[in-house]
Design a protein. Structure first.
Length: 353
């Protein structure tokens, strides 16, 4: 078995054998540009021959350069506790990397107010971070923000929802379209001829919430493909307090007596479940996310299915990917889709974020 070359002499020995500078070897080790293909292949061959493994962690500690990263996600609200899970993932990653000179500045915005998002993005850009982890909600404002990040050469990773401008270092989260498509496939086994399916979008900024629209698009696409879209109804509820939600739902059910399936496109499905329970409606209810309030209604038998996509892991993996890219120039997957899980009352106890 070949002996590993000592870290202090390894790079020098590789440079000597390849007849290049130490800086050239360093470029190859960190996958940087500026080295010809022929020279790179020669250096890589010598590295393999010497069984050389650079101690990246030691290099990181030795550099003593402080990296400052910013995270921007919605604040945890009374309406939904969804963002508690990504925040826990971010905090877990923070604990693991802060000892290596990494500072994480956490920023939050009100998911119901565009101006809150815009204000936070301005503060972040003024702080000049080395990288950004972003959970976008408002499409146009998010695109403007990320375009500015690219202009300033600030790498950013997206979680939960992707953006159409395609400039992120990585997107880590659900395939929103396929998430809705899968929900429709499930519904197709449950709905009978003549019964109606109700899609419920709940958000003050529905037109700007890319993730809701993509789920609805995927859901409709399934039924369009199978030529069964005539039985689909939809309501957009922009007043997100419980009283308003129940008013909209009550009016809709009074006008449509044959609704059998209700599909809620986000984590606010518990608000719909409250209405279903109090009005004693006999429907099948499907929504999103492994949240305490949603699980409580699932245990009661009010919510039948939850579509879940590991939000805690999104926060954790997103921040770690950004750190590894900036600290070690490690390659990052451009798109990493989280698995789509379907939970029921019977298997929810075994699900972990």
């Amino acid at each position: 078995m070949k002996k590993r070359v000592n870290e202090l002499t390894g790079v020098k020995e590789i440079a000597r054998r390849a007849n290049v500078s130490i800086a050239t070897v360093d470029r190859v080790l960190h996958n940087r540009k500026g080295v010809s293909k022929q020279t790179k292949e020669k250096i890589l061959s010598i590295i393999e021959e010497l069984n050389y493994e650079p101690n990246l962690l030691a290099q990181r500690l030795a550099s003593r350069k402080i990296l400052r990263l910013a995270t921007l996600i919605p604040e945890i609200s009374k309406e939904t506790s969804f963002w508690d899970a990504p925040l826990k993932g971010i905090e877990q990653a923070d604990k693991e990397i802060k000892q290596f000179g990494i500072i994480i500045d956490k920023y939050f915005y009100d998911q119901n107010k565009i101006e809150s998002f815009v204000e936070q993005t301005k503060i972040i850009l003024e702080s000049n971070p080395d990288g950004i982890l972003l959970a976008p909600s408002f499409i146009e404002e998010s695109v403007r923000f990320t375009d500015k990040c690219r202009e300033l050469n600030i790498p950013y990773v997206l979680i939960d929802s992707d953006l159409p401008n395609g400039g992120s270092l990585s997107y880590i989260g659900p395939n929103l379209y396929h998430s809705g498509y899968l929900a429709a496939h499930l519904v197709s086994y449950l709905v009978k001829n003549g019964e109606k399916i109700l899609i419920v979008n709940i958000s003050r900024e529905i037109d700007n919430h890319h993730h809701l629209l993509k789920k609805e698009e995927g859901f409709r696409a399934y039924f369009d493909k199978h030529k069964k879209s005539d039985n689909i109804l939809k309501i957009d509820i922009r007043d997100t307090d419980l009283k308003s939600i129940e008013k909209y739902l009550s009016n809709t059910f009074n006008e449509n007596k044959d609704i059998r399936i209700v599909f809620v496109t986000n984590s606010r499905v518990s608000k719909v479940a409250h209405f279903i329970e109090s009005s004693k409606k006999d429907v099948i209810l499907i929504g999103y996310d492994f949240l305490k309030e949603n699980i409580e209604y699932m245990d009661k038998g009010i919510i039948d299915f939850l579509v879940c996509q590991k939000p805690k892991q999104q926060g954790y993996r997103g921040l770690i990917s950004l750190y590894q890219h900036l600290a070690f120039s490690s390659p990052v997957e451009k798109i990493y889709f989280m698995p789509i899980d379907i939970l029921t009352k019977e298997n929810s106890a075994f699900y972990r974020n």
